[in-house]
Design a protein around this ligand. Structure first.
Ligand SMILES: [Zn+2]
Ligand SMILES: [Zn+2]
Length: 279
């Protein structure tokens, strides 16, 4: 009889000061109350994480993200309706999001963007592409009006995304979260001044092209994220992710860039503060 090998429990990399997590989902990681947020942030701080941005993907989740940010000095929030739920962006939701965008703890509008993956795989449970594009344009306007960073989700929609971002008004900062696109897209994005946010998939064995992009991108245009509870970096791929594990991703990028991970984390930390308008 063959026994399945138990998956190792993920542990943080050795302590690395000045780590930041530019995109996580605290509520989906099980941290919904102030106590749960504090416990998760304590584990993160032990690994060297100084600040995180938690994302609310719908009205209820955005409210939770704002509450987490209000209750913890190292947590900041991003608010939006996720592209796969773009059909939920009615007048009422717009009014709520406009109010949330004014909150000083809301540092970004996102994640918004385009997602054709679920249109191909489960079309009845996701928004149509034209509905997603309209919602994306509305969120871009909100980022411009509020002066907050725009946080973009892009799944299998490179061409349409670059078209919309190219002809829409330009927010103060544009972050391409969980950047996973090929060189051609990275070239355009970097040329336009967007920020590439690298997640755990930059550590996956087959993603040589993504590591090459992370090596070549100007340091001012890089942040790192967990997208937790998903996208767990190697050597814990497939396990549950959280901010405390961001050091593994930082280490892989620092290694390909040939710099000390402490120096890389410090530069990225300054980017985090600049992009999110923090002191
Ligand atoms: Zn996303
Ligand atoms: Zn996300």
């Amino acid at each position: 009889m063959s026994k399945k090998k138990p998956r190792p429990t993920p542990v943080p990399a050795a302590f690395i000061p000045n780590l930041t997590d530019a995109h996580t989902h605290l509520a989906s990681c099980g941290a919904r109350t102030a106590e749960e947020v504090a416990a998760l942030m304590d584990r993160a701080r032990t690994a060297g994480v100084r600040r995180v941005c938690t994302v609310g993907d719908g009205l209820a989740e955005a409210q939770l993200a704002l509450e987490a940010a209000t209750g913890h000095q190292d947590v900041f929030a991003a608010c939006a309706i996720h592209p796969t739920r773009a059909h939920e962006l009615d007048e009422d939701a717009r009014a709520h999001l406009r109010a949330m965008a004014c909150d000083p703890n809301c540092v970004a509008i996102g994640e918004t963007g385009l997602d054709t993956y679920w249109i191909k795989h489960d079309p009845h449970n996701t928004a149509a592409l034209d509905v997603q594009e309209e919602a994306l344009r509305w969120h871009i306007d909100l980022a411009c009006e509020s002066g907050k960073a725009l946080m973009i989700h892009n799944r299998e929609a490179d061409e349409d995304l670059l078209r919309v971002l190219g002809d829409a008004p330009r927010p103060v900062e544009t972050i391409l979260h969980c950047f996973s696109s090929p060189w051609a897209v990275a070239d355009v994005a970097l040329e336009r001044g967007y920020v590439l946010s690298f997640a755990g998939n930059v550590t996956f064995k087959r993603n040589d092209e993504l590591r090459a992009i992370a090596k070549a991108a100007p340091i001012e245009q890089i942040v790192i994220e967990t997208d937790a509870p998903y996208m767990t970096p190697e050597p814990y791929r497939g396990a549950r992710n959280e901010s405390a594990l961001i050091g593994h991703t930082a280490q892989v990028i620092a290694d390909v860039r040939g710099v000390k991970v402490e120096d890389f984390a410090e530069c990225v930390s300054r980017n985090f503060d600049r992009i999110y308008g923090l002191a």
